[in-house]
Design a binder for this molecule. Structure first.
Ligand code: 3PG
Length: 213
């Protein structure tokens, strides 16, 4: 797929809800109930990080949940892309971007949200055709004021800031014209997942889904 098509798909996925949960899931049996809770709360787009041994099986289990759109996060290598796609991921996310990774996603027809944290990185991705990008690590790299500053010279790029986003600061990002959605792990806290508090997670998702943008 072309970068332009990848960006169109990424844009559609990012438009589904204001927040994309960033998930670190250790146990496969918790994947489907977790996804069901988040989707029921109004957050259909889910990023599963490839940080646990179970991650690929978690993606496969979540891909079966009705209404969910499951992606794989922290894609670093062509092998990650292949394994994520084979598991059923419908999009990929990366903290940065390399030519190798971009080419692998394009060849695999996996829409990618590539990461940028400087004007040059964002411009390089735009030059290749990626209009929708992840801004990572959002808070550490300058936060909402940084993205606001990019909106004037680079209005054609829209970002999904991720990293340090919380219910308290999310609205300052979502209010910006160049922010399409934000990613965050707070909607699925480790303790609540371990306790299998699906109702509690659904409530967190519902609050996040109601954030204005
Ligand atoms: C991550 O690196 O895990 C993601 O960017 C999510 O960051 P967060 O835990 O600060 O939301």
């Amino acid at each position: 797929m072309t970068p332009e098509a990848a960006s169109r798909d990424a844009e559609a996925i990012c438009t589904l809800a204001p927040i994309v949960p960033v998930l670190v899931v250790d146990r496969v049996d918790q994947a489907a109930p977790l996804a069901r809770a988040l989707v029921a709360g109004g957050l259909p787009a889910l990023e599963v990080t490839l940080r646990t041994e179970a991650a690929l099986d978690v993606i496969a289990a979540m891909a079966e949940v009705e209404g969910g759109v499951v992606g794989a996060g922290t894609l670093l290598t062509p092998d990650d892309v292949k394994r994520a796609k084979d598991a059923g991921a419908r999009f990929g996310v990366s903290p940065g971007a390399t030519d190798t990774l971009l080419a692998a996603c394009e060849a695999a027809d996996l829409p990618l949200l590539p990461g940028a944290s400087s004007a040059t990185e964002a411009m390089r991705l735009l030059e290749r055709g990626y209009r929708v990008q992840k801004f990572f690590p959002a808070e550490a790299a300058g936060g909402a004021p940084f993205l606001k500053s990019l909106a004037a010279p680079l209005p054609q790029i829209r970002f999904c800031p991720t990293g340090g986003i919380s219910p308290e600061n999310a609205t300052s990002y979502l209010a910006l014209p160049n922010v399409i959605c934000a990613g965050g792990s707070w909607v699925a806290p480790k303790a609540m997942v371990e306790a299998e508090d699906w109702d509690g997670i659904e409530a967190l998702a519902r609050a996040a889904a109601a954030l204005p943008r």
